[in-house]
Design a binder for this molecule. Structure first.
Ligand code: MN3
Length: 247
């Protein structure tokens, strides 16, 4: 029972989703099936690599739970919140997040939390799956210019991630000019909500690291650099400077 309730807490999914699987406690070898995603404008993107691609920082089981349960739940809840609001459903995700003040009040919090969660995780999967190292070209120049070089950047970014109280994210924002800055956000908020773009970001919710690291967030944020895909982040930087980075 301890294990089941702990697992449910980790999944962060509504207990209702699992009530149909009451037999689970008697069959501990059976894994819960991922939640169905309500039909609607948004869908769960496939991971661009295998579940074990980020082992140098994140174990495969965490990747599986994080993608197929947590991210899926954000997409599901977002589609549900948009069900009776077709005009907002037609908006691209970034535009929706930049126009939260126009969203009807009864679904605004749901769209903020779940739309933000969808955007943040879509970015998060995209920038990992690599082998760390360092960026090159114009992105490296921008890091040297705006963030004090790679060593300083790493320290400042990790400190920002450690400063998030409770659940939230550390981000690097990028302006169309190529200007970079470090930012943090609580919950599933994103710099997109302020009209900015997130070049990259690290999820410091406990669900992102608890299975392997428990309370050792510092160790997780240190290891995270080992799985960054700098080629992808470089592509995102170029896209941002050309005004075509969405989420
Ligand atoms: Mn997460």
């Amino acid at each position: 029972m301890m294990i089941l309730s702990r697992r449910l807490a980790l999944l962060g999914a509504s207990a209702a989703l699992f009530s149909a699987r009451a037999g689970f406690a008697q069959q501990p070898q059976q894994r819960p099936t991922p939640p169905q995603i309500a039909p609607g404008p948004h869908s769960l993107p496939d991971l661009p690599y295998g579940l074990d691609a980020n082992e140098a920082a994140i174990d495969a089981r965490t990747m599986e739970l994080h993608h197929r349960f947590h991210h899926a739940a954000y997409v599901n809840n977002l589609n549900n919140a948009l069900r009776e609001h077709e005009a907002f459903g037609r908006m691209p995700l970034d535009e929706l997040l930049m126009n939260l003040s126009r969203v009807p009040e009864n679904v605004r919090t749901a769209i903020r939390n779940n739309g933000g969660g969808h955007a943040n995780h879509t970015m998060f999967w995209e920038i990992m799956g690599g082998r760390g190292g360092e960026p090159t070209g114009r992105l490296l120049e921008a890091i040297n210019r705006d963030l004090g070089g790679m060593g300083e950047f790493r320290n400042r970014f990790n400190q920002a991630c450690m400063s998030v109280f409770g659940s939230g994210w550390g981000f690097v924002t990028v302006a169309q000019s190529g200007q970079l800055a470090i930012a943090t956000k609580p919950n599933q908020d994103t710099p997109i909500m302020d009209g900015q773009r997130a070049l990259m970001g690290n999820d410091v919710w406990e669900h992102a690291y608890y299975l392997r690291y428990q309370n050792r967030r510092q160790e997780y944020v240190n290891n995270w650099w080992n799985v960054l895909n700098w080629e992808k982040i470089g592509e995102r930087f170029t896209a941002a400077t050309e005004g075509r980075l969405r989420v």
